[in-house]
Design a protein around this ligand. Structure first.
Ligand code: HEC
Length: 185
């Protein structure tokens, strides 16, 4: 091969390599991971379960103290003891009046928590500890009613639902310092 022929051959090889590189890039672009697909409302709903202190976001459903006693015995008592007395896990009942400067605080739902709506939110998302999110909304209303009843916060015949739960005033409601950035403007 003369020099010119060699040069022409070299250029042809380079062009072939470039064409191949572009082909590979185009193929790779077609196979790219499909990031950024819009999330569906159904996907969001499964995570959008926060309940505001004022009850915003509470679902339909209802539960009585008596129904809650049944739920509690079956699904809570093993860890929180009979009537929420505590053991092996957190005590849920009692301690009234111990959140005070001169007392040893016994923090329970009844003595410490400022909003009844938080009980619904917490139990629905986190309890039973070993099977979170397994309760129906009716069961959560009912067991919340039972725990509030055990704490003397509501009467034995009260029914909890999205309307009545936010109206329950917790004993320690005024025991907290206001958070200056709440509610958000
Ligand atoms: C397998 C054991 C287990 C079961 C069953 C269980 N819990 Fe709990 N619970 C826990 C543990 C552990 C904690 C503490 C979690 C933490 O501090 O993060 C807790 C914490 C709580 C608290 C918060 C107490 C506080 O003042 O901080 C509430 C309320 C509660 N549970 C309610 C319930 C209810 C209602 C049920 C039944 C539907 C239930 N739990 C079933 C283990 C359990």
């Amino acid at each position: 091969m003369c020099l010119l022929e060699r040069l022409a051959f070299g250029v042809a090889l380079l062009v072939a390599a470039a064409v191949q590189a572009v082909t590979v890039m185009v193929a790779a672009a077609a196979d790219e991971p499909h990031f950024g697909q819009p999330v569906t409302q159904a996907d969001i709903a499964a995570w959008d379960i926060s309940i505001g202190p004022d009850g915003a976001g509470l679902p339909p459903g209802r539960g009585t103290v008596a129904q809650g006693e049944t739920v509690y015995a079956a699904k809570c008592q093993a860890c929180h003891a009979e009537k929420g007395a505590g053991g092996p896990n957190d005590r849920l009942v009692g301690g009234a009046g111990t959140i005070a400067p001169d007392k040893a605080p016994v923090k329970t739902v009844g003595s410490y928590w400022p909003y009844a709506t938080t009980l619904f939110d917490y139990v629905r998302r986190a309890m039973p500890w070993d099977r979170p999110k397994s309760l129906t909304d009716d069961e959560v209303y009912a067991v919340a009613a039972y725990v509030l009843y055990l704490n003397g916060v509501i009467g034995q015949d009260e029914v909890l639902d999205a309307q009545s739960l936010p109206k329950v005033k917790m004993p320690n409601r005024e025991g907290f310092t206001a958070f200056p950035r709440w509610p958000p403007k």
